[in-house]
Design a protein. Structure first.
Length: 85
């Protein structure tokens, strides 16, 4: 299980997309507070739900997923709206 927190320290965000790549074969089994899609190559895209698209300056939103994998590592290529984290 993983939970991602997006903390906005800049201008208001109206819609967000988070991308990363799983290093190992991973099957997402459940998501919350986002829509997540995954390609066969392990590339993952998470987009906001209708109720958490806007993140005001100084605010946070979170989303997450449950998954099955033989092993896990924290992705190092996470981006939010194209900006590396």
């Amino acid at each position: 299980m993983a939970d991602v927190i997006i903390a906005n320290t800049g201008p208001e965000i109206d819609g967000w997309t988070v991308r990363w790549t799983f290093a190992q074969s991973t099957t997402i089994t459940q998501t919350w507070a986002s829509t997540i899609s995954e390609t066969d190559a392990g590339a993952v895209t998470a987009t906001n739900a209708s109720y958490n698209a806007v993140i005001h300056t100084g605010q946070k939103v979170d989303f997450g997923w449950s998954a099955r994998a033989a092993s896990t590592t924290v992705p190092t290529d996470i981006t939010i709206n194209g900006t590396a984290c």
